[in-house]
Ligand binder design. Structure first.
Ligand SMILES: [Zn+2]
Length: 164
């Protein structure tokens, strides 16, 4: 009698367990996945690396790490682990051009993709140079980023070219 009732009790509960086991494990997997992604995301955007900003050695405010002295894995990936200029991430407030005689300075500057109000980065500066050189009108293209004195969060970008 006992054995039968035990069997009778355990049998439906066992089938119920089997029925709930599948969605349960999927939920567990999803929760695990979400946890993994969020932990990965936090680690990626947590300031864990030493800041490679050159501003630290010249005692000015570092705009790259906002003075924290640490950068995230994302920032490190963006800079390729290279040293970072003191002006990295500053806003372009002025534009100067030199060497334009046959070509229009305004039109050429538009080709660089740089504009006022935009943040200047090492990558953007390099890309802008390459883009203008690719036009084929210039012997050389140089883009200088000039800090204001005393240094602020804004910079002047000077585009200097030698036409062919
Ligand atoms: Zn820094």
């Amino acid at each position: 009698m006992r054995a039968v009732s035990r069997y009778g009790e355990s049998h439906p509960s066992q089938s119920m367990e089997q029925g709930t086991k599948r969605p349960g494990s999927i939920t567990f997997l999803l929760v695990g996945l979400v946890l993994l992604v969020s932990v990965g995301g936090i680690a990626f955007f947590a300031p864990i690396f030493e800041c490679p900003g050159l501003a630290h050695s010249v005692e000015t405010q570092c705009y790259f790490c906002k003075g924290n002295g640490r950068i995230t894995a994302f920032q490190r990936w963006r800079t390729g682990g290279n040293l970072v200029e003191t002006w990295e991430g500053k806003e372009i407030s002025e534009i100067e051009t030199m060497g334009f005689r046959k070509t229009s300075a305004q039109n050429c500057f538009a080709l660089t993709g740089l504009r006022k109000g935009q943040q200047i980065t090492d990558a953007r500066q390099r890309r802008a140079c390459q883009q203008l050189l690719a036009e084929g009108c210039f012997e050389s293209v140089e883009i200088y980023v000039l800090e204001h004195t005393p240094p602020t969060d804004k910079v002047t970008v000077a585009l200097c070219v030698i036409e062919k």
